[in-house]
Design a protein around this ligand. Structure first.
Ligand SMILES: NC(=O)c1ccc[n+]([C@@H]2O[C@H](COP(=O)([O-])OP(=O)(O)OC[C@H]3O[C@@H](n4cnc5c(N)ncnc54)[C@H](OP(=O)(O)O)[C@@H]3O)[C@@H](O)[C@H]2O)c1
Length: 441
């Protein structure tokens, strides 16, 4: 007896998923037992690259998630609604769920996992972060003996593509974005990618798994890459860095374990060229995990695309099918509720405490346009010193007319102190403007 799959969505990921199910040769033998039973779409008239028997394709998605014959519902329609309602209805009807939908999980994970735990079903989401890169399952299973201290990575392919091209071509953001849109690497509305929102969804999911608690998305500090200029990339290069959009979740080591808070943030970051994430270019993604005792492990690969994402979706289905195969006919707890595999299920009850960004301690890069009056560097140094901001390097470069450009990189400083110093510097007569400030790893 096989497993009946209700596939919601036959777009990029849905088509990739169906292709794997219809071509099981030389894959794991369990793939043959996954039956593409129903497929839900918005339009029956739309031309498709994959021909399916017409009787399995429907626009009635609710009928799929409530069909008693369906074992696993695969949600790859995307967006918030009706995805959320369909996932919840599937759970209510006892279906296990596989989803690639980071936006819905980051916002409604609380509601979805509470319902899933109550119903005794799995909700798996390997494809939601890093596309084809296995990172969710390793965090839940292969690395679960570790105390995880940090998860950081490049989790948005569009912004990595844009920053890589800016770096290679010395081009400005707007020009590269327009070209990326023309080539299909960026959406017509690029907001979710370039403003860091997609990366924030993903790091919220990773942080939740790494640190064993729920994460409020509104507490994830999020900055995008619109303000990055060719000048910043060039200065970063001279100073030994590349600029990447980095998503970070880490334990705040300054606090005692009882009061432990997390830092969860997304922002453009100066990454030292020697750092493992510095060489992750183009649309590729990578996630670096630091655990005790394992040390650092990095997962690298294609963060999107039909095939890679479908690879993750079908692996989730196989994980569920493998458990169902064992479970069928046994494994109820004494109270009658189904017994879930604790490494696969998600049953966090509490929210993690997130440290305010002002408490963050990190290195900063700042670029100042100054009126080329004598002693400006001294004034900057004194002001930073008054706020306990010590400088690692100071570079004074181009003098254009009577305006000079000064770039500083600090040692690790408290963000609140750095911002206070900047506010004072901004008010100095000698300062024309502060075009950019960026954090550094
Ligand atoms: N694309 C990637 O590389 C990638 C990578 C990682 C994760 N994901 C995630 O995977 C999910 C799907 O992405 P995608 O790129 O495959 O999307 P897509 O190409 O836009 O496909 C969406 C599919 O869902 C169907 N659909 C949408 N709204 C519907 C509705 N209200 N009722 C019925 N059907 C509906 C569409 O039907 P029609 O075909 O009839 O229009 C289409 O088949 C998203 O959550 C996305 O974030 C995608």
């Amino acid at each position: 007896m096989g497993f009946k799959i209700g596939l919601l969505g036959l777009g990029t990921v849905g088509t990739g998923t169906a292709k794997i199910l219809l071509d099981p040769v030389q894959r794991h033998p369990l793939v043959k037992e996954l039956e593409l039973y129903r497929v839900g779409v918005k339009s029956l008239e739309k031309p498709r690259s994959l021909e399916l028997p017409p009787e399995i394709v429907t626009t009635d998605l609710e009928a799929i998630v409530t069909d008693p014959a369906v074992d696993i519902v695969v949600e790859v329609i995307g967006g918030l609604e009706p995805a959320r309602s369909l996932i919840l209805k599937a759970i209510e009807h006892g279906k296990h769920v596989v989803t690639a939908n980071k936006a819905a999980i980051a916002r409604f994970g609380d509601e979805i996992f509470t319902a899933a735990t109550k119903a005794g079903v799995y909700v798996l989401l390997e494809a939601a972060v890093g596309g084809g890169i296995p990172v969710i399952e390793p965090l839940k299973q292969s690395l679960c003996s570790n105390r995880i201290n940090a998860v950081m990575g490049i989790v948005n392919g569009t912004t990595n593509y844009i920053l890589t091209r800016m770096q290679n071509e010395g081009a400005d953001f707007a020009d590269v974005l327009a070209d990326a849109q023309r080539l299909g690497y960026a959406e017509a509305d690029p907001t979710a990618d370039v403003d860091g929102l997609d990366a924030a969804d993903k790091i919220a999911i990773l942080a939740s798994l790494a640190f064993g608690g729920r994460i409020k998305l509104s507490e994830v500090h999020c900055e995008g890459i619109r303000q990055i200029s060719a000048a910043d990339i060039a200065y970063a290069e001279k100073l030994g860095f590349v600029i990447k959009l980095i998503a970070i979740a880490k334990r705040d080591s300054q606090l005692s374990s009882e009061l432990e808070q997390l830092q969860v943030r997304v922002h453009p970051t100066l990454v030292p060229k020697t750092h493992p994430l510095a060489s992750v270019n183009d649309v590729y993604n990578a996630i670096l995990i630091e655990g005790d005792p394992i040390g650092q492990v990095m997962f690298f690969g294609p963060g999107a695309g039909a095939g890679p994402t479908a690879s993750a979706v079908v692996s989730d289905m196989l994980n569920i099918a493998a458990i169902l195969k064992v479970e069928r006919g046994n494994s109820k707890q004494a109270n009658g509720t189904p017994l879930l595999d604790p490494l696969l299920a998600c049953s966090h009850q509490h929210y993690c405490a997130i440290a305010p960004i002002a408490e963050l301690s990190t290195r900063f890069y700042a670029r100042f346009l100054t009126k080329d009056t004598p002693g400006v560097i001294g004034k900057l140094g004194t002001c930073f010193g008054n706020h306990e901001v010590s400088l690692e390097s100071v570079v004074q470069t181009d003098v254009r007319g009577d305006v000079a450009e000064i770039v500083v990189v600090t040692h690790d400083v408290r963000e609140g102190n750095f911002r206070q110093a900047l506010a004072e510097i901004q008010a100095m007569d000698a300062i024309a403007s502060i075009p950019s400030t960026l954090r550094a790893l």
